[in-house]
Ligand binder design. Sequence first.
Ligand code: GLU
Length: 276
Amino acid sequence: MTVTRFAPSPNGPLHLGHAFSAIRAHDLAREAGGRFLLRIEDIDGTRSRPELADAFRRDLKWLGLEWDEVPAQSTRLDSYREAANDLLRRGYLYPCTCTRAEIEALEPRLGSQGMVYPGTCKGQALDPAKPAALRLDIDRAMADTGPLEWHDVLAGVQAGDPREAGDVVIVRKDEPASYHLAATLDDAADGVTLVTRGRDLFAATHIHRVLQALLDLPVPRWYHHPVLLDAEGRKLAKRRGSPSLADRREGGEDGRLLAAQLRLHRFPDGIALENA
Ligand code: GLU
């Protein structure tokens, strides 16, 4: 059975790009007679605003979508800790005490996930007295997993190699997981078979594929859809003046009509699909 999901983070209101993504995931499930899941990704303690999750539900309903909701990430912290401890014990993670400023000072190259960590702390042992993030030793991981592949429905088979992103953070200093670990574990726990999300997260999938191999998780397929861009060619964002779905809903706009337009790739003025 096809199981897709929409997994928003409640750190800002949803906008048209989210609507487009949720509708795509919803329709892919429905066309296949499958299930569409909503998962609230609320482990970013400092930026998460719990009241937004309710607004998200109202937005999706207003668009005419129906879903099954799976537990929010904040209720699953134990499963993240368990997986991280397993990876640590097996030598795939190492503690990193570097601050952002310290890493910046080394002028690292930029990769798909931001600054590529130069490996300063590699080999360091865990000191429980010192708060540390845990990074994936990607060379070690890839040496053990061997070549990996993953399948994107739109882009075809990909050779899974996240080395360009370097030793990414798997457990943050202040949270028991990073996005990469939490989303990968949850997609497996939720039985997601088709991970549907924007193409802006394409490169992250290489990392998720390695984590699946290391943690012996089922491997879904992916559907990375093109994302909506504003008139300057940038991803939509509330801070750049893109009206939120809540603004539109509260302004009396017809959500089902909006959803129908998005399905036809008819977008408001100044908004376009990337590479369209
Ligand atoms: N929570 C992520 C976001 O809001 C989406 C993660 C995903 O779809 O894998 O950007």
